[in-house]
Write a protein that binds this ligand. Structure first.
Ligand code: PGA
Length: 243
């Protein structure tokens, strides 16, 4: 495990982008595991900028997003819309047919949608590099505490902390969907590289527990410490609890 501390989120984003773009330069059909959230906005902008400056095309990458809301959600609030805005649009590429778990199917056939997503990741040969954020409650993807290291793609109930944090984007916590379909921790732990990114002091307690506390499902990100190639990429605020 590596802990990479940067002075600013911009420096951290540039470092992550450098790695992502280098991977795609070396392997144009790389399989990327992608996350959403405020943190990733900076990461994707840095990736787009670096790919352009290096002349690296993302046309042939294959992508799998971590999760999607289940239930009635305005189209502009879906993670697909977020990814169009911050990743697929700026790169000028189309998401593949399995770039997101099938939230519509998950509403009535949770097991089928979950299995189909795991199968699609398997058919792609697994994930080369998985990007992750971390929730204030220590979640990764929507693996809310308590989570199991053997969990697979499934439909979950969202935690109160998660729904509160999403409330602003939805115009009120009561409008945030109650459920989502998310990849599991076992799915994430099978990625060949895992890069968890955290910015800002609000993440410092979760980061501190993930890195220095016990490895436990009550702080799901701590379970990543068992991965052979995981880095926690932090700005000064997120690292402020580490001493
Ligand atoms: P954020 O979300 O980047 O919006 O803080 C991260 C997460 O909850 O995984």
């Amino acid at each position: 495990m590596k802990v990479l501390r940067h002075g600013s989120s911009a420096d951290a984003a540039r470092a992550v982008a450098q790695e992502v773009v280098a991977l795609v330069a070396e392997r144009p059909t790389a399989v990327l595991g992608l996350a959403t959230g405020g943190t990733m906005v900076e990461i994707y902008a840095a990736c787009v900028e670096r790919a352009a400056s290096e002349g690296v095309s993302f046309d042939r990458v294959r992508t799998f997003n971590l999760d999607e809301y289940v239930g009635p959600v305005a189209p502009e609030r879906t993670f697909r819309a977020y990814m169009e805005e911050h990743f697929f649009g700026p790169f000028g590429i189309e998401p593949g047919p399995h770039a997101f778990p099938d939230a519509a199917r998950a509403a009535t056939d949770a097991l089928g949608a979950a299995r189909a997503y795991e199968d699609a990741i398997g058919r792609a040969g697994g994930i080369d590099l998985q990007l992750l954020g971390i929730g204030r409650n220590g979640h990764v993807a929507f693996n809310e505490p308590p989570a199991s290291a053997s969990s697979r793609t499934r439909v979950v109930e969202l935690d109160a902390v998660t729904r509160a944090d999403a409330g602003a984007a939805f115009g009120g916590v009561e409008r945030v969907p109650a459920r989502a379909i998310t990849v599991g921790l076992a799915t994430i732990l099978e990625a060949r590289r895992v890069r968890l990114v955290a910015f800002g002091a609000s993440k410092a307690p979760a980061v501190e527990r993930a890195l220095l506390g016990p490895v436990t499902g009550t702080l799901p990100a701590s379970l990543l410490r068992g991965h052979a190639d995981v880095s926690f990429v932090l700005d000064a605020g997120a690292a402020s609890g580490l001493g």
